[in-house]
Design a protein around this ligand. Structure first.
Ligand code: XMP
Length: 326
């Protein structure tokens, strides 16, 4: 049987009972797969890897070593939060690696989306291999791959956790939620006792802001994107949209338009708002954002973020647009 194919008989996990049964099954499967071995987990801080972390802590406790790589493409404050939640809250065995400079210099001048994804994905593996070599007996690499990643790895986008592994990779994969859709991962996370603030948080792609800083990533534009994104999140929190919208973010393209500031010509990048609703990320609809909120966000971003002189709203559903721009 193809282990990457969801059996047709597999019911959609919606209830706590179904989730508990899934957890029990996976706990047993993980224990059987890894035995007494140590497992490295790519803990990005997103829903998927957080749920995998909780599941693996339940299955194998301190045999799990969570590695959080700050690839320099995290949202504002995110790496700090991962450290706080997992080290302090869950008492996880957590290694923090600041690899920002490495990733950003490898990405310099690269504008092709698939190439960017592959560089980020491959660099992740290199960093994990390095971390693994500092530890003894680590033979396994856990990942928060979910079913849409597998379904869409065939030609649409090279997701970092599917297909990008080097042939000679020394570690065997542990992917306990790879046959689940996003909504099921959340139900499982709740059943595992993770706080709602973590389980219901919006998904964040592995390549992070790298696929939202469109084209060749430049540090100034990446900084502007991170600041604009933080403002969007703050305003969505303030008006109640944060708990209603599935995923929302800013993308900043690699071109400038002419503007005017303090009576002078002011060229800047546009910040594009994307706010979508979906159940499983396979299709998505557009959230209606009240105009007063849009005006406030526009006003704040154009005044507070250096280098941004326009704010645009993306009204494209999936299909035809994917959720991310790259
Ligand atoms: P798309 O853009 O394909 O995104 O419509 C569907 C969902 O997947 C997220 N996404 C990723 N998640 N690694 C991930 O773990 C990735 O490379 C990746 N690319 C997209 C995206 O944010 C959306 O929620």
């Amino acid at each position: 049987m193809d282990s990457n194919k969801r059996p047709e008989t597999m019911a959609r996990i919606q209830t706590k009972e179904q989730a508990d049964a899934f957890i029990a099954e996976q706990v047993a499967a993980v224990r059987e797969q890894v035995g007494g071995g140590k497992v490295l987990l790519a803990l990005s801080g997103g829903v998927d890897s957080s749920v995998v972390a909780a599941l693996l802590i339940k299955a194998i406790g301190k045999q799990l070593i969570c590695v959080h790589v700050n690839h320099g493409l995290m949202r504002k404050g995110e790496s700090e939060q991962v450290i706080e939640v997992f080290r302090e809250g869950l008492d996880a065995n957590l290694v923090y690696v600041d690899a920002s400079e490495r990733f950003l210099s490898k990405l310099e001048g690269v504008c092709e989306p698939e190439k960017k994804r592959k560089i980020i994905g491959n660099e992740f593996i290199v960093v994990f291999d390095e971390e693994a070599s500092k530890l003894t007996d680590v033979r396994f690499l856990a990942q928060g791959t979910i079913y849409p990643d597998i379904l869409e790895s065939d030609g649409v986008k090279a997701h970092h956790n599917v297909g990008g592994l080097p042939e000679d990779m020394a570690m065997e994969l542990v992917e306990p939620v790879k046959l689940l859709y996003k909504d099921e991962v959340r139900v499982v996370g709740k059943a595992l006792g993770l706080p709602a603030s973590m389980v219901d948080r919006q998904p964040f792609p592995g390549p992070g802001l790298g696929v939202r800083c469109l084209g060749a990533i430049n540090r100034d534009r990446l900084h502007a994107l991170r600041e604009a994104d933080a403002i969007l999140r703050e305003e969505f929190d303030n008006c109640g949209l944060a708990s209603k919208v599935w995923q929302y973010f800013i993308a900043v393209p690699d071109f400038k338009s002419v503007g005017v500031k303090d009576g002078k010509r002011y060229e800047g990048w546009p910040a594009i708002i994307r706010a979508v609703n979906t159940v499983d990320a396979m299709t998505a609809t557009i959230e209606e954002i009240p105009y007063d909120v849009l005006h406030r966000i526009t006003d704040r971003i154009t005044h507070e973020v250096d280098g941004i002189n326009r704010v645009l709203l993306d009204l494209t559903p999936k299909p035809i647009g994917t959720i991310e721009w790259e």
